[in-house]
Design a protein around this ligand. Structure first.
Ligand code: SF4
Ligand code: SF4
Length: 165
């Protein structure tokens, strides 16, 4: 899976990023950039086009996927998609941040990241809303296995453990 996947993903990234002329509208529109300038979508795209490689600093994990940059890019470059692919590549290299791994593990264990609280259930009942369906962890685990995500989570968990030794 590894190298072929990375190569194909990088090739697609370059094609998607090519129309960019580095105007910076994406960065100036990004709400995360305003408070955490280390997430700079313009520089992420520049790294793909000029250096032909995925940035290694891991700043793309800060992206909130709000799509503001996509909406404003005058060249129609899908920045959010590019950042998502960068995150996918970095996760397959075992470089996902620990909180993201914990979140994925929790999703696999419980079938959801935010279990429905009894308070929410009561509020829904008071408002006459139907009960929300319970997530089935087995279904989620099957999806993780079928898509290879379980393997990626395991790889990242090992990387975190090795780093803490
Ligand atoms: S807004 Fe679009 S063209 Fe401008 S720097 Fe960002 S990706 Fe490139
Ligand atoms: S999608 Fe990500 S990079 Fe784009 S504006 Fe939103 S937070 Fe910033």
């Amino acid at each position: 899976m590894g190298e072929d996947f990375q190569r194909n993903q990088l090739k697609e990234l370059k094609e998607t990023a090519l129309p960019c002329f580095q105007c910076g509208v994406c960065s100036s529109s990004c709400p995360v950039f305003r408070v955490s300038p280390e997430l700079n979508p313009r520089l992420s795209v520049d790294s793909i086009i000029s250096r032909g490689k995925v940035p290694s600093e891991g700043n793309e994990w800060l992206c909130a996927y709000c799509l503001m940059c996509d909406q404003r890019c005058p060249m129609g470059v899908s920045l959010a998609e590019i950042l998502m692919v960068i995150k996918n590549i970095s996760a397959r290299e075992g470089k996902a941040p620990p909180d993201v791994i914990e979140s994925a593990e929790s999703l696999m264990a419980d079938g959801c990241q935010s279990p429905i609280s009894s308070r929410s259930e009561k509020q829904r009942e008071d408002m006459g809303l139907p009960k929300l369906p319970r997530a089935n962890p087995a279904d989620v685990q099957m999806l993780f296995r079928a898509t290879g995500a379980a393997e990626v989570v395991e790889l990242n968990r090992k990387a975190v453990e090795e780093a803490s030794e």
